[in-house]
Structures are given as structure tokens and as C-alpha cells.
Design a protein around this ligand. Structure first.
Ligand SMILES: [Zn+2]
Length: 400
């Protein structure tokens, strides 16, 4: 007797098999990004590596705990805290941190560098956006790969999202996704969600080390008004204004804006407001955020490829530029695009110029350091400044 067939069972099994294959391939790609490590060969100025959880234990063992690298001259002076990777899908910030770490020399004061401020967000791609997982920098010892992450903390580390994110302590209502956005969760709190705890840990580092200058590096879409701009907290405004004028006169055009008082959760506002510890005689940090232009994250850009990330040439942005829709300075030109070395160079010179101005305004906070700046990056490219981890002494090679 012939076996009775359940209708459609073959088709259902076939669909199930296809779903299993897709899930397997998706998981493989997902794990590749999550487990990938980037090398950094720190310069001879390197003092020690600590973890951010050394400043706030609450994040120890979580996905947001992240390495902090200290370069201490041993000569009393000011203290810089330099953040790359607040939003990992703005990777010129992480690369600027790495170029600084591999080449820095410090003769006065101390420098804390956090290349992946939101390490969790650097290990996951942006949901719903099909884009490459890695970018590659060409060096003399071959190409080096770096992760292109997301904007927000990995949902595997912090879930579920609320319907509305109520910012602490202002109670301002923000978008639900901002509950995982490091640059909306400052000043954070020790018993808040994981991203709020991360923000709190960064605040603790600033307060415990009595930092003088805090630089939070970002990249922006060209249609975003604060692209090519410093955004400075009230106390940092004179320094940032002078730095913008000096850079614009000598190196590249740079805008400057005052941190708005009504937008809450942002680093330039909250880090400035919540860093002072008057009972310990600490007046707080000069807080500045800065943005370079990143065509890769513009909504109007065409195909989202690694080439767009590295070169920034896009015909739709060119059209937008011709219609006066972009805010970047200088004006966008597809012949030049917005190459990665240009963006990394801008960040490194933008921070160095803030330091020079701070040294003039506040001699007691003086920092003397050197790292590659804009002209060097434009002439030599990024790879020139990255050292071969296989040839360096093991005490100077770290993996993030
Ligand atoms: Zn950003």
C-alpha cells in the first residue's frame, strides 16, 4: 500500500532547509565580526593599559568594558582624555586613536586614549543596513583590517529597548534606540542600563584623574549641520573658538558651535556639567566633541561599499552639494571625496590645536605632545603610521 503523503510537507521541509542555511551563513558572519581583534603597536611613550572597569566596577565582565591606554610623561602638567569609537560606524575616530597611540610622544602631562569607547557597538553591524563588516588600511607589511561597527550598544549586551528612553537625570524623552547610544546617555548612573553605566564609568575616569581636556571624536553625514565642527561646552568655548579660527586660517576650514543647553545626554553638555568635584578642588574638564565628514553614513549616498568608506566619492552627494544641501566645509567635491586619511588627519590636528590653545589660555593645564597631524597624514597616508605587530616587542602589541 502506498504511504499517504501529508500535503505540502516537502515544500515545508525545503523552506526549513533554506532558512537553516541562511541562519547558518548569517551567524557565521555575525560571529566573525564579534570575534575579530584589531592590533595596535603602542609607541615608546606608552605607560600602561588599564580597563575602564578599574574606574567603575559595575561594568566589569560586560560587553562594554574597554581598554584605556595611558601615556604619562612623568612631568606634571595637564591631562587629556581622547575617545575614539563612541559611534563605531564613524571609524576615522578609532583610526585617529590608533595612529595617535602608535606614534605619540609626550614631554609634559598625561594622555588617556580609549580607541573603542563603545566596544560592544564595534562588534556588531548596523541592523537593517547592508554594509561591509571591515575596512582595510594598506601598510608596508600588508593590509590591516578594522571593524566597522554599529552606532549603538549590541542588543546582545543590552536588551530590551524601552518604548521611550527617559534620559537621566534630566527626564528628557529621547528615541527608544538612544537607550543604547553612548552619546545620549551621559552623565550615566551606576544603577542604570548598561550604556548608562558605560557613560558613568567614563565620567568616573574623568573625575578620578581630574582630566583637563576631554575630546570625543565623531563623524557626521554631510547633511548634518554640525559636520566639520567643534561642539564645545561653555567652559571650553574660548579654547575651541580660537582653535577653529587657527585651523581655518592655516590648515583646513573648521566650524565651532556652543553646546546647546536643551539637548540632553550628549557628551559636550553632560561631561562638562557633571565633571566638576568642587569638594576636591576639581573644576571639571573642558569638554569638546568634533565631527568630520563621512559620506558612508549619508542617507542619500549610493552603494554603501568599502571604497565609499575609504574614499568618500559619491555622485548623489555631489548633486546634493550642487543644490546647496550640504553643511560640510570645505564644500563637497567628488574629485576629492572625503578620504579616510583626510578625516583621520583632521581629527588629530583638531585635538592637537585644542591642546595648543588650552596651553595658552590655561598654562597650569599645559600638555606637550606630538603625533602625526593633518599635513603628514595627507602626504603619507594612514598605513605609513601603523607598525608591524609581528616585528614589535610583545609588550607593545595589544589586541582590541
Ligand atoms: Zn557620532
Amino acid at each position: 500500500m502506498k504511504r499517504r503523503e501529508i500535503p505540502g510537507v516537502k515544500r515545508k521541509l525545503a523552506v526549513l532547509a533554506v532558512v537553516a542555511v541562511i541562519a547558518f551563513l548569517g551567524a557565521k558572519e555575525f560571529m566573525e565580526l564579534r570575534n575579530f581583534k584589531e592590533p595596535v603597536v603602542v609607541s615608546e611613550a606608552f605607560t600602561e593599559k588599564v580597563m575602564l572597569s578599574d574606574y567603575f566596577e559595575g561594568i566589569k565582565g560586560t560587553g562594554v568594558d574597554t581598554p584605556v591606554y595611558l601615556f604619562d610623561s612623568g612631568v606634571p602638567g595637564g591631562t587629556l582624555v581622547f575617545l575614539g569609537g563612541t559611534h563605531p560606524y564613524e571609524p576615522a575616530t578609532m583610526l585617529a586613536a590608533y595612529v595617535a597611540m602608535e606614534n605619540i610622544s609626550v614631554s609634559k602631562g598625561r594622555v588617556f586614549i580609549i580607541p573603542h569607547a563603545n566596544l560592544s557597538a564595534s562588534k556588531v553591524g548596523m541592523l537593517g543596513n547592508a554594509y561591509p563588516k571591515f575596512l582595510h588600511v594598506q601598510t608596508e607589511h600588508g593590509p590591516r583590517a578594522y571593524r566597522i561597527g554599529d552606532r549603538s550598544t549590541d542588543p546582545l549586551d543590552q536588551w530590551p529597548d524601552p518604548f521611550t528612553y527617559v534620559h537621566y537625570p534630566s527626564k528628557q524623552n529621547l528615541a527608544y534606540t538612544d537607550a543604547r547610544n553612548l552619546n545620549r546617555t551621559y552623565p550615566g548612573r551606576p544603577d542604570g542600563n548598561l550604556t548608562e553605566q558605560l557613560a558613568y564609568a567614563i565620567m568616573e575616569l574623568i573625575r578620578k584623574e581630574k582630566a583637563d581636556l576631554y575630546c570625543d571624536t565623531h563623524e557626521a553625514s554631510l547633511m548634518y549641520p554640525v559636520v566639520s565642527t567643534y561642539v564645545a561646552h561653555d567652559r571650553a568655548l574660548d579654547v575651541a573658538m580660537m582653535a577653529a579660527m587657527e585651523l581655518s586660517a592655516t590648515t583646513f576650514p573648521m566650524k565651532c558651535e556652543a553646546s546647546p543647553k536643551s539637548l540632553r545626554g550628549l557628551s559636550h553638555r553632560e561631561v562638562g556639567d557633571f565633571s566638576p568635584v568642587p569638594e576636591q578642588g576639581y573644576e571639571g574638564v573642558l569638554a569638546v566633541l568634533m565631527e568630520t565628514m563621512e559620506p558612508f553614513i549619508d542617507r542619500v549616498a549610493g552603494k554603501i561599499t568599502e571604497e565609499l568608506m575609504m574614499e568618500g566619492k559619491d555622485e548623489f552627494l555631489q548633486t546634493a552639494s550642487e543644490h546647496g544641501l550640504l553643511y560640510c566645509v570645505p564644500e563637497y567635491d567628488i574629485e576629492f571625496g572625503s578620504p579616510m586619511k583626510y578625516r583621520v588627519g583632521r581629527h588629530l590636528s583638531s585635538i592637537a590645536e585644542l591642546i595648543r590653545q588650552m596651553n595658552d589660555f590655561f598654562p597650569e593645564k599645559e600638555i606637550q605632545l606630538q603625533w602625526p597631524e593633518f599635513d603628514g597624514l595627507m602626504e603619507n597616508g594612514i598605513g605609513y603610521y601603523l607598525h608591524d605587530p609581528t616585528k614589535a616587542h610583545s609588550t607593545r602589541v595589544f589586541w582590541n
